[in-house]
Ligand binder design. Structure first.
Ligand SMILES: C[S@@+](CC[C@H](N)C(=O)[O-])C[C@H]1O[C@@H](n2cnc3c(N)ncnc32)[C@H](O)[C@@H]1O
Length: 196
């Protein structure tokens, strides 16, 4: 395909790569197997930081191992707590400096499918993300709708996006509408540069 990304993740990564550069601070709010953290670590380079959150120690271990194998563990910080606490956990010097917060909702691929993100904590984490983002910073949320609670969570993320003040925020959605099966929806949120 030439213009439309074949996968939601590809689209999300294209969105993130525009704003996350060398030396940046980024947050992987759902570390899982570490693919998003690896992508962010490559973008920020050795002078940047990627804060990785997950409530499952096994997920953080998998993420750490992947980054170590790739020689990028030095830029990662691991937080074994829910992403809803991210504003309290990030060092004060990083609050207001974050270039991107990345959410890949649902369960860890290959892991315990009963441990999923939940709408209530996801919305709390999105609110926290607003406060730590730099002006011009972005949030990417990949929503899966095929598992229990996934469609409801995606609906609540959509409502949260719709309620953002248009003067300070832009929110868009990306979805391959002819993809068979349960929809995968990417929400892309951008904070105005002057929002500080
Ligand atoms: C779809 S996976 C993430 C995939 C991952 N980004 C990757 O590249 O492999 C979702 C992850 O969110 C985690 N999770 C669930 N609730 C969470 C919470 N409140 N805070 C942080 N992580 C959470 C799960 O443990 C799971 O590992």
């Amino acid at each position: 395909m030439r213009f439309l990304a074949t996968a939601a993740l590809t689209f999300s990564q294209q969105f993130l790569a525009r704003v996350v550069g060398p030396g940046a601070v980024a947050v992987d709010a759902t570390a899982g197997n570490g693919q998003d953290a690896l992508f962010l670590a490559r973008l920020v380079g050795p002078g940047g930081v990627v804060h990785c959150f997950d409530i499952q120690p096994a997920a953080l271990a998998a993420t750490g191992a992947l980054l170590a194998r790739s020689g990028l563990a030095g830029s990662a910080r691991f937080h074994a707590t829910g992403h809803e606490h991210l504003a309290a956990v990030l060092p004060a010097a990083h609050c207001g400096r974050v270039a991107a917060v990345v959410f890949n909702l649902g369960y860890q691929p290959g892991g315990d499918e009963t441990v999923t993100t939940r709408a209530e904590t996801t919305l709390a984490a999105l609110e926290a993300s607003r406060t730590v983002l730099a002006g011009g910073g972005v949030i990417s949320v990949v929503c899966y709708t095929g598992h229990p609670g996934g469609a409801q969570e995606a609906g609540e993320v959509a409502s949260w996006c719709r309620d953002l003040d248009f003067a300070l925020w832009r929110a868009a959605r990306y979805e391959l509408v002819n993809k068979p099966g349960h929809p995968i929806i990417v929400y892309c949120v951008e904070k105005a540069a002057q929002a500080g």
